[in-house]
Ligand binder design. Sequence first.
Ligand SMILES: [Zn+2]
Ligand SMILES: [Zn+2]
Length: 47
Amino acid sequence: MELVGICMICGRPNARYTCRLCGRIVCNNCYDFSNGICVACRGRMIK
Ligand SMILES: [Zn+2]
Ligand SMILES: [Zn+2]
């Protein structure tokens, strides 16, 4: 078994990004590149 990061939001493999707010490992679908955070944290942010 290889240790591939599992996205902690959607559960998919190939998670390679770390949210700088909550530290979750997430995939590119669940990562907000412009803010460096996951979509869960983005949903909490007031824009
Ligand atoms: Zn994901
Ligand atoms: Zn987060």
